[in-house]
Design a protein around this ligand. Structure first.
Ligand SMILES: Cc1ncc(COP(=O)(O)O)c(C=O)c1O
Length: 367
């Protein structure tokens, strides 16, 4: 499948060989224990926390897209914390993005610090420190919600020279947007809750790595802590991946149109979209990424104006997620994220571009 284009790869990702009379994508298997052979012991499936057929199919699909064996988790946070806790030990230092998903920093400041792990916060746009003494560098690019982008190859080379492992959170880009492992990272973590599955109906996370020892550590962690996704969520996620290429194409098209609309207005400031030629992230993003995601950020000046904008818009749902088929917007400061009161993260859905532009223009005019 790796010789095919994205649209073909996502339709076929993780599907079993055709069997006459069987579905293309077998339905979810609802079972916790499986029949064992009394003489031979376990077969391929024994107990759902350790081995599950529907989950294995989804892992094959994501693994084909990321380019490495993959373990899925019940959420992105379950995946990220599984990596951190499998790798880090008392006395270690982890480098985290200062401007990435805030719950990861909160976890570091609470649980990791309590375990004796120190954290260095690094802005995604740099400058990057000397990584001597750092055990693991986690990058998030593009960073959520500010959308700065970093050069994975360059940071990975510096981190490896200092003996650190490099992880990249690929949530916003998805594996069709960038391939961190091919760019030099050791491991990918991501929330599949966002664009990967894209229908705002599943919580999912994953860890993908070609490092067998690391894979085994994370797999043992998952087996012993139990944060696996359920069969139906795995099946829904797998079904959704088939349309990833189409969804991303429309989201990017909408984001390009919305970013130029917002940039042309003098009542909107700080517009960020890595696909805009004027954006500070543009040079690295256009060199490193295969496509630019549908997420934009900007500032409307105050919480009140954001509320008026969201009330006036009929095609923009207020929601704290992104990457879905519906256009959504989130005023990040309401969650305690370190952003200005009027800062908005807008995630373009797959609506018709003309309808979306007209709705956004009218809502901004009213706000
Ligand atoms: C970049 C990034 N990583 C990880 C997560 C956590 O994912 P989940 O909500 O699936 O646990 C999020 C959630 O918004 C995110 O934006």
């Amino acid at each position: 499948m790796s010789d095919f284009q994205d649209g073909t790869r996502v339709v076929h990702a993780g599907l079993p060989e055709p069997v006459v009379g069987e579905p293309f994508l077998p339905g979810p298997v609802f079972a916790a224990p499986y029949h064992l052979d009394p003489a031979e012991g376990p077969g391929e499936n024994d107990y759902a926390r350790t081995a599950h057929p529907t989950r294995r199919q989804l892992e094959a699909a994501i693994g084909q897209l990321e380019g490495a064996p993959t373990l899925v988790f019940a959420s992105g946070q379950a995946a990220i914390t599984a990596l951190l806790l499998s790798v880090l030990r008392a006395g270690d230092t982890v480098a985290l993005p200062a401007d990435g998903y805030f719950t990861v920093r909160a976890f570091a400041e609470g649980t990791l610090r309590g375990l004796g792990v120190s954290t260095v916060l690094v802005p995604t746009a740099g400058p990057y420190p000397d990584f001597s003494g750092v055990r693991l560098v986690l990058l998030e690019t593009p960073a959520n919600p500010g959308l700065d982008v970093c050069d994975i190859n360059a940071v990975a080379a510096a981190a490896h020279a200092a003996g650190a492992l490099v992880a990249v959170d690929n949530t916003t880009a998805t594996p069709l947007g960038q391939l961190p492992l091919a760019l030099g990272a050791d491991v990918v973590v991501a929330s599949g809750t966002k664009a990967l599955t894209g229908h705002s109906d599943v919580l999912l996370g994953y860890v993908a790595t070609g490092d067998d020892e690391l894979f085994a550590k994370v797999e043992t962690w998952r087996k012993q802590t139990g944060g696996v996704p359920g069969a139906f969520d795995c099946w829904l996620a797998h079904r959704s991946i088939a349309t990833l290429d189409l969804r991303l194409a429309r989201q990017t098209e909408n984001a390009a149109a919305v970013a130029s609309l917002l940039s042309a207005r003098d009542d909107v400031t700080g517009v960020r979209w890595p696909g805009l030629a004027s954006d500070p992230s543009y040079p690295v993003a256009s060199a490193q990424m295969r496509r630019i995601p549908g997420v934009i950020s900007f500032d409307l000046g105050s919480a009140e104006r954001v509320a008026r904008f969201l009330t006036a818009a009929s095609l923009v749902f207020a929601a704290t997620s992104f990457g879905g088929v519906h256009t959504t917007a989130d005023r990040r400061a309401q969650w305690g994220d370190d952003t200005p009161a009027g800062f908005v993260r807008l995630s373009c859905g797959i609506e018709d571009p003309a309808d979306l532009l007209a709705d956004l223009t009218a809502a901004l005019d009213q706000a």
